[in-house]
Design a protein around this ligand. Structure first.
Ligand code: SAM
Length: 284
């Protein structure tokens, strides 16, 4: 049996599946958990791989530790999306963090992750964590200067996640952040989604004084480097301000990897900083 992911109209990626452990249509999306030969258990939403037990640490460490080590003293963190719990697990490794709120629109993703992905979802039982089942777009509208770090760990911009990639939403996030606040969002794969990466970066740069793209190599996203946008209310160079190594074990993140992640290949740097169409990667 093969899981086929449609990357573009002309590119499909397949991985061999041993068995399907769960499949349902929730109010928002098709939710599947499969056992695959290469990646172990995989969470798949509407046919798009979200996370796999073999390589989930790459994405979850890089979405969480870059902002949390760039912030002088992160105490209150909001995660929008992230119903599998992987990002929350990494956030909780920072002892400074006193409260984590997870706002996930689809309760079934949380419940299915609790059943099949305890390596990620047990983090949601931590006493510092509050899980809210709500639309992050609505939720953020009611927040004012409440969070030190906001992480947008969402699915790609379709269905309920579409509104999480707009300038209006990023303006609401900026208002929800305290002084010195930081945000990171996943922003897709630059090589095959140059438009998404550029538009996301531009929408964020409109609302924050600092916006920087950074990269990580997530094997199961199998479309080249994966990007995140780091944004800060004040001018910051997004360097790690606290030593990472001495504090807890990681498998991908380190202070060196943190710095290197912001060193962009020319065609990606041009994509976000150059004139439209200047990038070598923008495919017609
Ligand atoms: N991409 C992550 C990773 O690589 O590990 C996992 C992402 S997590 C599973 C994505 C979550 O975003 C989904 O559970 C989806 O239900 C949630 N989501 C989508 N739109 C949302 C919204 N507007 N508000 C809150 N959660 C949302």
């Amino acid at each position: 049996m093969w899981l086929t992911e449609h990357e573009t109209d002309h590119l499909r990626v397949q991985c061999r599946v041993i068995r399907t452990l769960h499949r349902e249509q929730s109010k928002y999306q098709d939710i599947a958990v499969v056992e695959s030969r290469e990646y172990g258990r995989m969470l798949v939403l509407d046919g798009v791989t979200q996370t796999t037990l073999r390589d989930e640490y790459v994405y979850h460490e890089m979405i969480a530790h870059v902002p949390l080590f760039a912030h002088e003293g992160p105490e209150r963190v909001l995660v929008i999306g992230g119903g599998d719990g992987g990002t929350v697990r990494e956030v909780l490794k920072h002892k400074e963090v006193k409260r984590v709120e997870l706002v996930e629109i689809d309760e079934r993703v949380v419940e299915v992750s609790r059943m099949y992905l305890p390596e990620l979802s047990t983090s949601l039982d931590d006493p510092r964590v509050t899980v809210r089942i709500a639309d992050g777009i609505e939720y953020i509208r009611g927040c004012r200067s409440e969070y030190d770090v906001v992480l947008i760990d969402s699915s790609d911009p379709m269905g309920p996640a579409e509104g999480l990639f707009t300038s209006k939403f990023y303006g609401d996030v900026a208002r929800a952040l305290r002084r010195g606040g930081m945000m990171v969002t996943q922003s897709g794969a630059p090589f095959f989604m140059p438009g998404l990466v550029r538009e996301t970066y531009e929408a964020i740069a409109e609302r924050f004084r600092s916006a920087h793209l950074y990269l990580a190599n997530v094997p199961s996203y199998s479309v080249g480097p994966f990007s995140f946008v780091f944004a800060a209310k004040d001018h910051v160079e997004c360097e790690p301000v606290r030593r990472a190594r001495s504090r807890f074990k990681t498998r991908y993140y380190s202070s060196e990897v943190h710095r290197a992640a912001f060193a962009l290949p020319v065609h990606i740097k041009d994509l976000v900083e150059g004139e439209p169409g200047e990038s070598g990667a923008s495919i017609a």
